[in-house]
Design a protein around this ligand. Sequence first.
Ligand SMILES: [Zn+2]
Length: 106
Amino acid sequence: MDIDALHSALLSIVVLSKKLRSVRENLPVKDGTRSGVAEFLHEVERDLQITKATLAGELGFTLCPRCWPPELVTTDLEGRANCPSCGKACHNGKAPDSKHGNGRFK
Ligand SMILES: [Zn+2]
């Protein structure tokens, strides 16, 4: 299997997921509730996140053990892995240590 094609597919999924979220978040809210279209977009977004996590896992990327669907973990300049979704520090395959650091990574 072509690893570059898989990386390209992963990147496309990430971009598409962000675009869907942007569209969903900008839909009008009526009486404090979102429309059926927003719910549908939310489901599609979630399915894409699961697909992204599955593909990323196959490609060897680190996934956050706290989030569902699993989020891709990013690494800062000092080599610390952080989850952009829950903001917790993550370590390969281990549960993040909640007592580590000051808990703020943004
Ligand atoms: Zn997370």
